[in-house]
Design a protein around this ligand. Structure first.
Ligand code: ATP
Length: 469
């Protein structure tokens, strides 16, 4: 047995500054030497020593960095993602075990949640803020700061809560990078070419991937979005596959900047194309069929797009139509998702209930589809051109005002297809499959020889309707 003084400096956790103890250790631990930082990785004995040190780590907290800079604070990490981090493959190799924890903001945005690994499961504990600015989990114990609260439960395990080690943002990054990910693309396999455009998150460039495939690469500013948001966007795009959605090839996530590699759409945004080309009537309908097909699929997958507009629809060769930009989409938990920052959103495409209460749903996407149809027939004019502010648009649509029919849109299609998308009550609006049925019949009618084309009346929502068939 050897006596050794071990100093573990854990300043990077933001919780414990320094622990110095004299321990009786086995020869393997002794080989680490006094003053070594033990990361809990190499030997069972080291891990055991570290665990014992951590159990003694009831130390005062002096770290007053802002919450966002605390290594154990993960802001908006998704609940499902927490399971992957604290319980996933490789977590134990990183020293994650019972009592490992992280702090995040609650999904309702009203406070903080402490997520703790316990007996192979994750517990989520809501941390309350008192009117005097104190933090507490249980009513009888209040703390001046979150670090103080965490340190208390590290140092004073109770039968109901025992925290051991913080799960840091670096660990999360390493875990994500370590996943064997068939979607990961090496930055060196991309030959970046010209700039195609830019949005609020970064720039888009054309590129050659593995010297053969033409792709578009969305390159994010390093500080433009939180990593979790990027992951969310990628997860959404990954599992969604449909001929009318832009295809994702992969991501560059192990190096910075973060990039999303997707199929290249030669003709660019529909809005630009409409403004510079005169489409024939059959082409207009074809575009709407494509968009509606993609939207019907998204709705079936319980995904709300939230930002459907001609600028977010891309065109490929032969006017192939694909919906892009799922950055704002969120998986529907219930049928409606409450968005908290509607100011960021393009208000001319928003339904009355989104403008009023931020309530997004598939039916608010249907509203946006109506505006997109209007864009198609008006060659990408700006909706409600004469209204300047969000408030003016809101008051106009709330008072029953709607866009007027562009002359190239047949009256019947306007009344049966477009206007119903803007019914005040979301449940009265058609669903995407209804719209798609209508559009396909219209398309068939358009494709018939001109002599037989008299469009006749097309059914909608199983209402009165005489087909030309
Ligand atoms: P934001 O991201 O702020 O909503 P945005 O949708 O205009 O704005 P991006 O999605 O970053 O921004 O796209 C910017 C531009 O890059 C598009 O307008 C389009 O011209 C071009 N672009 C994007 N994706 C592709 C693609 N897959 N193929 C071809 N061009 C693309």
């Amino acid at each position: 047995m050897t006596l050794v003084q071990v100093t573990v400096v854990k300043a990077e956790y933001g919780l414990v500054q320094c622990i110095t103890r004299v321990w009786e250790v086995t020869p393997i631990c002794a080989a680490s030497g006094a003053g070594d930082f033990l990361d809990g990785g190499q030997h069972e004995e080291d891990r055991d020593l570290l665990r014992r040190l951590r159990e003694q780590a009831a130390l005062p907290i002096t770290d007053d960095r802002p919450l966002e800079q605390q290594p154990w604070y993960h802001a908006h990490v998704e609940r499902g993602d927490i399971g992957d981090l604290l319980l996933g493959e490789g977590a134990e190799r990183m020293g994650v075990g019972d009592g490992s924890f992280l702090v995040r903001s609650s999904h309702s945005g009203t406070g903080h949640v402490l997520s703790v690994r316990e007996k192979g499961e994750i517990r989520h504990l809501l941390l309350h803020r008192t009117p005097f600015g104190m933090y507490r989990w249980q009513p009888e114990m209040e703390f001046e700061s979150l670090p103080a609260l965490l340190s208390h439960y590290i140092g004073h395990p109770t039968p109901t809560l025992h925290l051991t080690t913080p799960y840091t943002k670096d660990m999360a990054r390493a875990a994500r990078a370590g996943r064997s990910d068939p979607w990961e693309i090496g930055v060196h396999s991309l030959d970046l070419r010209e700039h195609l455009g830019g949005g609020q998150f970064g720039a888009v460039r054309r590129a050659k991937w593995r010297q053969s495939t033409e792709v578009a690469v969305k390159i994010f500013h390093n500080d433009s979005v939180r990593e979790e948001e990027l992951w969310r966007e990628v997860q959404n795009m990954r599992r969604l596959r449909h001929p009318n959605l832009v295809k994702l090839y992969g991501v560059v996530s192990r190096t910075r900047p973060f990039m999303i590699v997707m199929e290249f759409m030669q003709q660019g945004p529909l809005s630009t194309y409409l403004a510079t080309n005169q489409l024939e009537s059959v082409q207009n309908v074809g575009v709407l069929v494509g968009v509606c097909g993609g939207m019907a699929y998204l709705a079936e997958q319980r995904v709300v797009h939230r930002d459907l507009a001609a600028r977010n629809v891309l065109l490929g060769r032969d006017l192939a139509v694909k919906i892009a930009d799922f950055g704002l989409s969120r998986l529907l938990k219930d049928d409606i998702y409450e968005h908290t920052t509607p100011n960021l959103l393009p208000y001319r495409w928003l339904s009355v209930e989104v403008l009023e209460r931020g309530m997004f749903s598939t039916k608010s996407d249907v509203w946006a589809f109506g505006v997109l149809a209007w864009e198609v027939f008006s060659r990408a004019s700006n909706p409600y051109q004469e209204l300047r502010t969000r408030q003016e648009v809101y008051e106009f649509v709330k008072g029953g005002g709607r866009l007027s029919r562009p002359s190239s849109c047949p009256l019947e299609a306007w009344q049966q297809l477009v206007v119903p998308c803007w019914y005040h009550q979301p449940y009265l609006r058609p669903d995407f499959p209804n719209l798609l049925d209508y559009l396909r019949q219209w398309q068939e009618a358009e494709e018939r020889p001109r002599s037989a084309r008299a469009m006749g009346r097309i059914s909608f929502f199983n209402r009165s309707f005489e087909s030309t068939k």
